[in-house]
Design a protein around this ligand. Structure first.
Ligand SMILES: CS(=O)(=O)NCc1cccc(-c2cn3c(Cl)cnc3c(Nc3ccc(N4CCOCC4)cc3)n2)c1
Length: 336
């Protein structure tokens, strides 16, 4: 609730430790001053100034470092989760933006699209965008906090996931995307870097910066990996929500193997492998997982299985049940 009625502002929050950096800016743990409600605040440049700043980085940098110096000098009470008790430590925080983020044009529209889309999505496997506001210097997105951190860090640490873990994540992301597609939203950028982990270890889609309303032939200058793009997008063709089906096929492979199926030293080989849907399975990948991945990594978008068929796929159902029983045993329950 805003402090003086009306619009919320950053003054209504205590900003805690930085959680990480995204393409638009940085993400901080935070809590509301009234009610101590935990959330994540994503801070980024306001729209409309990006293109000007890109033209005068020298002026812009002074402003950025000036505000960082000011903020850096202020000791903030940071919030840290420790066994669900709220303990506070004090650390300086600062807001640093990199030149690579000062892309004029597309970033502004992406941010506006992210806000428009994510604010209307309410699903247990999608990070909620509670509200947003801006001041002269920045835009603030107030998001649901995901205490489990980033999926890609968990995958990097564990190298690869067990079949029950991967199967459970596949069910959760298929359920979340099925909800998005029913609302005519295509995500278009499903990959471990855009996934987070919730309080109960559940998968959460965390970033809608590349999402659009279907159908779309939007050509975006993609920065970052091509690994998750389907044949129709790498060839610049019009695409549908089936791009998300291809992406979760790549995701399932990466969950089980530790690297994506079309990864190659040079982009040309990756491009050819994607176009021909050409990849191999390590020997340890079993029949059920191969069957699911093989039905998603299909060149013709119309021939990929649906999200509902992913949720009811025999391997997914088997792994969800296996995982449920293991969690019950861990919880000491004997219910079967
Ligand atoms: C493209 S992007 O902007 O969306 N990604 C950039 C980025 C980079 C890094 C993090 C986070 C991040 C975002 N979060 C949101 Cl939104 C909600 N909760 C978290 C959230 N939660 C979180 C919770 C715990 C941790 N810890 C746990 C203890 O070990 C260190 C990391 C990190 C992040 N993190 C985001």
């Amino acid at each position: 609730t805003p402090d003086k009625g009306g619009k919320m502002s950053i003054k209504d929050f205590e900003i805690g430790r930085p959680l990480g950096k995204g393409k638009f800016g940085s993400v901080y743990l935070a809590r509301t001053k009234t009610g101590f409600f935990h959330c994540a605040v994503k801070v980024s440049l306001p729209t409309g100034t990006l293109s000007k700043c890109a033209l005068m980085p020298w002026l812009f940098w002074d402003k950025i470092f000036e505000s960082a110096r000011q903020m850096n000098g202020v000791q903030w009470s940071a919030l840290a989760y420790a066994d669900n008790q709220l303990s506070t430590v004090s650390i300086p925080i600062f807001q640093v933006l990199f030149k690579s983020q000062l892309i004029s044009g597309s970033v502004e529209h992406q941010l506006e699209r992210e806000i428009e889309i994510q604010s209307h999505l309410h699903h247990p496997n999608i990070i909620r965008l509670y509200t947003y506001f801006w001041d002269a210097k920045k835009i603030y997105l107030v998001l649901e906090y995901a205490p489990g951190g980033e999926m890609y860090k968990k995958l990097t640490t564990e190298r690869r996931f067990s079949e029950p873990t991967a199967g459970k994540y596949m069910y959760e992301i298929a359920d979340a995307l099925s909800y998005c597609h029913r609302k005519n939203v295509i995500h278009r950028d499903i990959k471990p870097e855009n996934l987070l982990i919730g309080t109960l270890g559940e998968l959460k889609i965390g970033d809608f910066g590349w999402s659009v309303h279907a159908p779309s032939n939007k050509r975006q200058t993609m920065c970052g990996t091509m690994d998750y793009l389907p044949p129709e997008m790498v060839q610049g063709m019009a695409h549908s929500d089936a791009v998300d089906l291809w992406a979760i096929g790549v995701l399932c492979y990466e969950f089980l193997v530790g690297n994506p199926p079309f990864e190659h030293e040079n982009q040309g080989d990756t491009y050819s492998a994607i176009k021909e849907a050409k990849f191999d399975y390590p020997d340890y990948i079993k029949k059920g997982a191969r069957d699911l991945i093989g039905k998603l990594l299909v060149i013709d978008p119309k021939k990929r299985i649906s999200l509902e068929q992913v949720k009811t796929h025999y391997w997914v159902e088997m792994m969800v049940e296996t995982r449920r029983r293991a969690e019950q045993r861990e919880a000491g329950g004997t219910k079967t």
